[in-house]
Design a protein around this ligand. Structure first.
Ligand code: FAD
Ligand code: MLT
Ligand code: ZN
Length: 475
């Protein structure tokens, strides 16, 4: 079968009336079987994959998660952990009838230490709510992404989400200080440390960061949060070529240095979709490429002076052809939405084939131009945007409706291209269901085999998020 084809259902037990009775005893009123309510948890955000689960369980405590998993493991029932269901690789919804374990009601903040900046909270806290809480404490979350209004910190950790601040604050592998995880058999693994430094043996929490619900259910997270910057500026610039954009990035790293907090880009095709589908207005004149630069620092006049010097140099050396600056919050938000809302604009353009590729930064846009040439007029739109500062491009292709012939033209072309250029086929979204069988384009067979051993050790019956992340042959 084609690597993208649906896997066969594995011989897990089917949900019985007796199972439901048990769940209703431990989760009274929180065992959801109303088909209208279950439906939204069966379909992913992109509306590209659909499961047929009959139940959503909504635990509130770690102990309840433990009881659920102990029962499911014993009865050989498969479980799909689910946070905000904003994942983009088909990992967050069941493939068949897996029980959906939603963390949505696990939304308590457990502690915040104003001196160290360490926040500890349950896994189901929505990212934006955490940001709002921290704002009052003069801190921010070390990550930010367009899905902030729905995605949950547990889901962010499970996918090792990158997002818009990674350039400045690094990945969750650095900022997450501790995790509490319930293992497949129901054992609670307490690694919920709040220390910056701790070299006592293997750093087990790292295994669960980016494991996409296949190794355990994350129930609580400790995360290091930076102070809220006193001064934030955003500039939106236009470039004639991608080479100029890269030179602007180089200049920016040199001239803005420690205050640079984001360097994002979108191409003119993205701008066309923002205008057509979301009625957003281009804040500058039309250009082939747009850059969004954010600075965050502690001294407004110092930051503005640096930014001014950078802009002057970028304009006089003709790296950028037009631009606008924002220091006031509402304009900053408006400029950020030109970048953040591309994902949403794409959903209005038709069926969306989404790729999330890491590459040496000089190469990132060649992927888009080569794909355009390769697909000719078979696609509706082929667009590129992403996190230039992280060497991460989002290549997206749309068609009027789901189109298997178009998919066959994109894959494995895109993965072969990426492997040839020493990139990664998933920079920040994970592998989920859609990309599980392409892992070998980015990982050696020894590494994949070891992942299989780890999975078998932690989840011998394979009940946790089956069919996801690991290739079918490992099962
Ligand atoms: P879900 O979608 O519910 O789940 C994602 C995966 O994690 C699934 O495999 C699920 O089984 C697992 N999971 C969820 N919760 C747990 C848990 N508690 N324990 C164990 N496993 C769990 N990603 C980026 O990296 N950068 C971006 O900039 C970015 N922007 C986005 C913008 C939009 C508009 C959208 C829709 C998505 C974006 N994403 C981005 C995708 C990103 O993966 C998710 O938004 C987010 O990290 C997932 O969180 P969630 O709570 O929605 O998890
Ligand atoms: C982004 O950077 O906008 C997100 O990763 C979502 C996407 O890829 O569309
Ligand atoms: Zn992204």
């Amino acid at each position: 079968p084609s690597p993208a084809a649906a896997p066969e259902r594995r011989p897990f037990s089917r949900l019985s009336g007796e199972d439901l009775d048990y769940f209703r005893t431990i989760l009274p009123g929180r065992t959801i079987t109303d088909p209208d309510l279950v439906e939204s948890s069966n379909v992913d955000w992109l509306k590209s994959v659909r499961g047929s689960s009959e139940v959503v369980l909504r635990p509130q405590t770690t102990e309840e998660v433990s009881q659920i998993l102990r029962y499911c493991n014993k009865g050989n029932l498969a479980v799909n952990p689910q946070g905000g269901n904003t994942g983009l690789v088909g990992g967050s919804v069941p493939v068949y009838d897996e029980i959906i374990l939603s963390t949505s009601l696990m939304n308590n903040i457990l502690s915040f230490d104003n001196i160290s900046g360490v926040l500890t909270c349950q896994a189901g806290c929505v990212l934006e709510n955490l940001s709002q809480f921290l704002e009052e404490q003069d801190h921010i979350m070390p990550l930010d992404l367009g899905a902030k209004g729905s995605c949950q910190i547990g889901g962010n950790v499970a996918t090792n989400a990158g997002g818009l601040r990674l350039l400045r604050y690094g990945s969750l592998h650095g900022t997450v200080l501790g995790l509490e995880v319930v293992l497949a058999g129901g054992q609670v693994l307490d690694c919920l440390a709040t220390l910056r430094k701790d070299n006592t043996g293997y750093d087990l929490k790292q295994l669960f960061i980016g494991s996409e619900g296949t190794l355990g259910v994350i129930t609580a997270v400790s995360i290091l949060c930076p102070r809220k910057p006193k001064s934030v500026n955003v500039v939106f610039l236009g470039c004639e070529t991608f080479e100029q954009l890269l030179r602007a990035f180089q200049l920016c790293r040199g001239m803005l240095g420690e205050i640079l907090s984001a360097f994002e880009f979108l191409d003119s095709e993205c701008m066309r979709l923002l205008k057509t589908h979301l009625k957003l207005t281009n804040p500058i004149s039309d250009c082939p490429f747009y850059i969004l630069i954010e600075t965050s620092g502690s001294d407004p006049s110092h930051d503005e002076q640096k930014l001014h010097n950078f802009l002057e140099e970028a304009m006089t050396s003709l790296l950028v052809s037009d631009g606008t600056v924002a220091t006031e919050e509402s304009k900053i938000k408006a400029l950020w939405s030109m970048r953040e809302r591309v994902t949403e604009a794409l959903t209005h353009d038709g069926f969306n084939y989404k790729y999330d590729i890491s590459l040496p930064v000089e190469q990132i846009y060649h992927l888009v131009t080569d794909m355009r040439q390769h697909l000719g007029n078979r696609a509706k739109s082929v667009v590129g945007y992403g996190h230039v500062g992280d060497g991460n491009i989002h290549l997206n292709v749309t068609s009027a409706a789901r189109d298997p012939a178009l998919l066959a033209a994109i894959e494995p072309f895109v993965y072969e291209w990426t492997a040839r250029h020493h990139g990664s086929i998933s920079a920040e979204h994970g592998l989920g269901l859609k990309k599980r069988n392409y892992i070998h384009y980015s990982k050696s067979s020894q590494a994949v085999a070891l992942m299989g051993h780890i999975k078998t050790m932690l989840d011998p019956k394979g009940i946790l998020n089956p069919y996801k992340t690991l290739p079918d042959h490992l099962r």
